[in-house]
Design a protein around this ligand. Sequence first.
Ligand code: FAD
Length: 485
Amino acid sequence: MISRYRRGVVWYRLDLRTADHPALTAASRDCDLVLPVFLMHEHRMRHPLTAPLRAGFLLESIAALQRNLERLDGGLCFRLIPTDDMLMSDPLAQYQDAVCTFLREVQADALYLTPQVEPGFVRQDSAIRDWCTRHGVAVHAIESTTTLPLASLAQQSGEPYRVYTPFWRNLWGRWQADPPAILPPPRLPAGSADWIASVPADPLPTLHSLGRNPGDAATNLTGGEGAARRQLTAFLEGPVADYADGRDFLGRDVTSRLGAALQSGCLSSREVIAQSAARMWQPGSPAASLEKFIKEVAWRDFAHAILWHFPETVRDAFQERYRTLTWRDDPIAFTAWSEGQTGYPVIDAAMRELGATGTMHNRARMLTASFLTKDLGLHWRLGADWFLAHLIDGSLANNTLGWQWTAGIGTDAAPYFRIFNPVTQAQKFDPHGVYLRRWLPELAHLPDAVIHDPLRHPAGLSYPAPIIDRAAQRQLILARYQQSR
Ligand code: FAD
């Protein structure tokens, strides 16, 4: 077979896998030699919005990718792009320069990449594409970040979906009619390993050498494609059975915990859905739970589609009428929220879970986000940034959608007047206080009947008093939303 290109570079970012990676497959088919590369920008790894646990997960995932690519007769060239203090005013330009310099250095005539939806990536890709056009490098940007190509997930009119349910119906209908094939890992063309070995590379840094310290936070999640696949299989063989009924309950561990793996691209969402869907048709399978799970994974697609179509939502409310909403400035309240010292046990437990593990239950994310925006009246971006600085699965797309949804200013938004009550929500979704006891040992001795509202019991009086009077605050917050409307 005649190859179209001599030297193809596969530029890895948040697509750290070998299976179901159409860009890697296409490069391996079309090029004489293939060189996969990860160009790590020190600036991004040191950035305060990159949680140290997430940076650690990424490093593990890159190491695993390197091993996996070696098994495919290739390898991964790793380079660390140091932060250039002279260019700190424009780190994006510095990184773009490094990518183009690399392509020139290895004399690539083709570049393969998986497009990402974050506005920074989109701008960067466009600049690199221009450079490639000027320098005779063919660019193949092949989507696989979402389940189906983003542009194809549109209404008949061509307009993007703004509401989840029709988006889901479209996606699921098309999937069922024509399930996409999951690509196996490709063998790299003969000679690729020698080419890769001849290109100067850096050793993988450690969290420590990058100056990142997770402090007391620790995770039992492991980065890498193999670990992610084992995690998916274990989930589908057990916990998924309780997913439909149990996923909202704070003390039950019945969710997949695949967020970090999906965010780093260790697994494609297509593979997750394909494996789940395949089990749906098996006799005796928990079909309702499997469909519910697939539907949640599709929320990720929706979040990515929204960010792609509406990049301004990173900063501004999706609903224009809320762009003039005024927020309170109260650093003391923010500190109490972030440290889990609000006097509302479920909020405090959730924030301590985040600090200790870099993750948080979905319902707890909704409750803490609602409390910050609708009870404390603080800007959603303060909370969203705090989440990104701590979450191991931090994702600009999912996080922005989740915060705006909860604050009542996004797509499908919870109406502005619906404010979660942290006490009744905890009574409903953690009736026996399993979650509260796990994260608030100081309340562990209280009976179930009062643990959600400790000041009602003499033994709970040492718990911090609530930092706000929610009923009084409610009127002020609602007035602000009404004014903005
Ligand atoms: P599972 O229930 O097992 O779901 C599987 C996967 O589906 C998730 O890993 C995720 O990729 C996707 N998913 C599930 N629910 C959602 C959702 N509502 N929106 C988008 N994708 C979803 N998710 C993140 O991955 N990163 C974030 O930074 C993030 N921030 C959030 C902030 C707020 C305020 C809220 C309300 C939600 C946020 N979510 C975020 C969505 C959701 O809470 C997490 O995806 C989920 O808790 C991760 O746990 P899991 O992997 O066990 O989920």
